[in-house]
Design a protein around this ligand. Sequence first.
Ligand code: AMP
Length: 303
Amino acid sequence: MVDVISAGTIGLDDIETPFGKAKDTLGGSGVYSSYAASFFATPGLVSIAGEDFPKKYIDELRKRGISLEGVEIKGKNFRWEGSYEFDMNEAKTLKTELNSLIEFNPELPDSFKNAKYVFLANVDPEIQLKVIDQVDSPELIVMDTMNFWISQKKKKLEEVMKRSDVIIMNDAEARQFFNTVNLVKAANSALEFAKKAVIIKKGEHGALLFVKENGKIKHFNAPGYPLEVVKDPTGCGDSFGGGFIGYLAKTKNLSDASLRKAVVYGSVIASFNAEDFSLERLRKLTMPEIEKRFNEMKEIREF
Ligand code: AMP
């Protein structure tokens, strides 16, 4: 039985960073987030892949224990082309080909409908809404998005935000959405939508967590892990989200303290993801490595 469902893209990415290039490589918000969640829980992916999507990747995801019952195969695959300059915090989108995603009408298999943890990875907000509508009694809905959807479908995104418990955005998206340079103001505005918490990711500089608890707002600031090797940050946001919800699904504890730990586990998995292209580093990643870096993160922020 799946305990987390993740709805997002299955992508074929072309990436260029100062450290190399990758072509037609495995990516997509649904792929990264479900892969990251699989370190803690059994994920089910809701997405669409094209007929040109290599079968070896389908086999790999299945072997990893990710249920693909919610994946449709049709038409041409979603493709994204991005590049990074020396400031690797921001991806420059060179091309987005939605292809089969345009007609994707998600239908959740019965085995996904009673999942308690739902991750709406970065995808068309209309797809995100259709997924929420089909889950019977979710305990936690976490949503993510990106500038592409903020520019194109802001009103629909607002609907998704109002139905979510946790909103995740990166700093640039939060500034764009709430039209302010101040991240605390942006987070407070986002908290008017989210039922429980808002997370603002700041790339290599960590993440901010704002939690509503007993009428008060509690604030937590997770550090970024000081990485010496960063080759490709693609998928870090999605790995963060997948690790975050995966940890919560495992512990079934939604207290402020548990959300803080989930933010750190999410950051740890995202930091590993940046060390190599595509899912290369996550493929080799082990639980002892995750625990070791989690403990280092504790030491980093102690004073
Ligand atoms: P991240 O670096 O975590 O923000 O996500 C990168 C992944 O998002 C890439 O693997 C892309 O395939 C995917 N992606 C890029 N643009 C979009 C979009 N507009 N909607 C959904 N997924 C996207």
